[in-house]
Design a protein around this ligand. Structure first.
Ligand code: KG4
Ligand code: ZN
Length: 338
């Protein structure tokens, strides 16, 4: 039996990541998170590409060492072609091309958003995989989509945000509350001890399966401005309740659209993917949906929710099986639709 070792590289935003997979099983999964952006309250693209340049070789070395795989035993290089920040993508793309050329092995280009979804197919003993067709909701700092998945690379976006991504709604709300970037995980943390019905925020009215979050962020801003006028310490005093109410509203918006998607497609298998799928509220909401509506829900392991190269590796493995290789003229695509 043949061993297919994929070396995967992810550099679409502010995490430099490399992973090695053997026949779809993780041998190593290394992520270097860039700290430089914290002080700016968001990702600074120029600084991100510089940090990728610094991190990429050590991260790949670590991934190979941890996997105990020699360069000459790598079967193919998979890399994130897009979507993402152009300067960041260029680092991974150029590096992957050079490595594939140097080692004389196939090059595989991967769509980052497809990879988030395909993370559900990483081979693990204690984890059940969805079967086709299923619905996937990709929820991250850059994207909010509902995708109908009929095969590994047959995916159709049936709904998406018309403005901000849901991760931005979390992060921008957190910023308004004075929390550091990225604030999503902090809102989640405080929300767990707060009352989700303490404050009411409006839900946007958007047609079909699309989302909108820019109005939500504005509503949070006006709410905080209004309340702090009366009581300058309002946020400090009510932080847990505010976070719980924000999270409750956002999760409600997501679940409403998922319900609609399930109804329209008749598909009751639902997977979530992307950074926001780490959120305890959405995880609980999906558990409830299994109980209440009989859906079958798939929630990724924490380490595969935010950006990582393991997901690029599993997508690469399935392209390898189809011999779907890229040629050296392949370019990074900051907007890469599928
Ligand atoms: O997938 P990801 O790492 O990067 C993108 O491709 O965007 O997602 C990052 C996003 C950030 O907005 C972050 O605040 C959010 O995921 N996030 C969370 C949680 N963990 C990460 N949002 C809410 N609750 C969490 N527990
Ligand atoms: Zn991502």
């Amino acid at each position: 039996d043949q061993k297919i070792n994929i070396l995967a590289i992810e550099s679409s935003c502010d995490d430099t990541a490399a992973a090695v997979l053997c026949n779809g099983k993780i041998l190593s999964n290394i992520v270097a998170t860039q700290k430089v952006h914290e002080q700016y309250g968001g990702v600074v693209p120029e600084l991100a590409s510089r940090a990728h340049q610094q991190n990429i070789v050590p991260v790949i070395h670590q991934a190979l060492a941890k996997a105990n795989i020699d360069k000459k035993d790598v079967s193919a290089i998979a890399f994130t072609r897009g979507p993402g920040l152009m300067g960041s993508l260029l680092v991974g793309t150029s590096f992957a091309k050079s490595l594939s050329m140097g080692l004389n092995i196939p090059l595989i280009e991967i769509n980052h958003m497809q990879a988030h979804i395909l993370a559900h197919f990483i081979e693990e003993d204690d984890f059940e995989k969805p079967t086709f067709p299923f619905l996937a909701m990709t929820i991250s700092g850059g994207h909010t989509q509902i995708v109908k998945v009929t095969d590994y690379f047959k995916m159709e976006v049936i709904g998406e945000t018309i403005d901000d991504a849901v991760g931005e709604a979390f992060d921008k709300s957190a910023k308004i509350l004075g929390l550091p970037y990225p604030g999503g995980p902090l809102i989640d943390k405080y929300a767990q001890e707060g009352d989700p019905k303490a404050f009411k925020f409006p839900k946007p009215k958007v047609d079909g399966l699309n989302f909108s979050f820019s109005g939500f962020k504005t509503a949070v801003l006006y709410f905080v401005q209004r309340e702090t006028k009366n009581d300058p310490e309002f946020v400090e005093k009510n932080l847990k309740d505010i976070c719980a109410s924000i999270q409750y509203t956002i999760i409600g918006i997501l679940i409403d659209k998922l319900k609609k998607a399930v109804k329209e497609t008749g598909i009751t298998q639902v997977a979530i993917a992307g950074g926001v799928s780490a959120n305890s509220g959405i995880r609980q909401a999906l558990k409830d949906a299994e109980q209440k509506w009989g859906w079958k829900c798939f929630v990724p392991k924490f380490e595969y929710t935010t950006d990582n190269a393991a997901m690029i590796g599993i997508a690469g493995y399935h392209k390898y099986l189809k011999k779907d290789f890229a040629d050296f003229s392949v370019t990074a695509q900051s907007r890469y639709k599928f």
